[in-house]
Design a binder for this molecule. Sequence first.
Ligand SMILES: NC(=O)c1ccc[n+]([C@@H]2O[C@H](COP(=O)([O-])OP(=O)(O)OC[C@H]3O[C@@H](n4cnc5c(N)ncnc54)[C@H](OP(=O)(O)O)[C@@H]3O)[C@@H](O)[C@H]2O)c1
Length: 293
Amino acid sequence: MTQNSTPKSPVSLLGLGAMGTALARAWLAAGHPLTVWNRTPARAEALAGEGAKVADDAAGAVAAGGLVVLCLLDDESVGAALDGVDISGRDLVNLTTTTPEQARDRAAWAGARGARYLDGGIMAVPPMVGVPEAGGYVFYSGSRELFESHRATLAVPVGTKYVGEDAGFAALHDVALLSGMYGMFAGAAHAFALIRREDIDPVAFAPLLADWLAAMAQGVHGTAAQLRSGDYTEGVVSNLAMQVAGTPTFLATAEGQGVSAELIRPYFELMRRRLDAGSGEEDLTGVVDLLLR
Ligand SMILES: NC(=O)c1ccc[n+]([C@@H]2O[C@H](COP(=O)([O-])OP(=O)(O)OC[C@H]3O[C@@H](n4cnc5c(N)ncnc54)[C@H](OP(=O)(O)O)[C@@H]3O)[C@@H](O)[C@H]2O)c1
């Protein structure tokens, strides 16, 4: 049998929002028999025309056989969609964004109903789905056995990264990466605000900012090494004392430009607290520990 004629495993997909529809199209394009269900049936019409089988209800999609993938709004909608549905003996992959705690609870909930469970955190936006060169992927955690047995099917829409048996880890990795992203966006917002009223073209400024952030992002590897070793003075290039001494310049510049420092001041305050605790020779890594309650 040639590769092209190898039968593809069936997939049932619950949830045809922007992301679910993109996932559906990727599986259909790869030749997987696909059964779909969506609370609002109209959203399934286009996919029916593209070869998907449309189930009348969630129970029908779950019963269709093969892997059951959920891509709904939130954990509450997963509970609502599967309320009263027999999931015993099924393999469930939940790509709905949730908290780690909700993912763990949902894994226990599925296990109690006789299903194998894998949780996922999607690190992609719909246009990246089905486009391998876009670099999107999904974090998976929970049943390793389930992950391994469906790995090829799961890898069709975007890449896969399995991060552990703890069902909450996919959500935790997802939220951790996105939290880092928002911190970066906050820094970028402050930078743009500083130049906003000047005769500086934001389009010319953007590549300078992007390149600087990309270069500085490499610092996370040093942070990680220090967190692992516990020695926050290891390989320090710009120590905390020097960096805290520079913060009045940043605040005065913001003041001079008529820009609120509300996004960067909290970080400076944490740096100051760590310095006051006697960590002037360290890197910025100690801020991590100050955040732990
Ligand atoms: N879009 C993105 O860029 C992106 C990126 C990464 C992760 N995600 C995650 O992927 C998941 C889906 O996102 P999306 O962009 O597809 O969202 P969306 O376009 O808003 O679609 C939400 C889906 O959830 C369904 N739904 C909502 N409440 C429901 C309920 N009570 N019972 C049954 N179904 C319900 C909706 O059905 P109806 O059509 O009937 O309303 C729809 O199918 C979310 O968890 C999101 O965080 C999205």
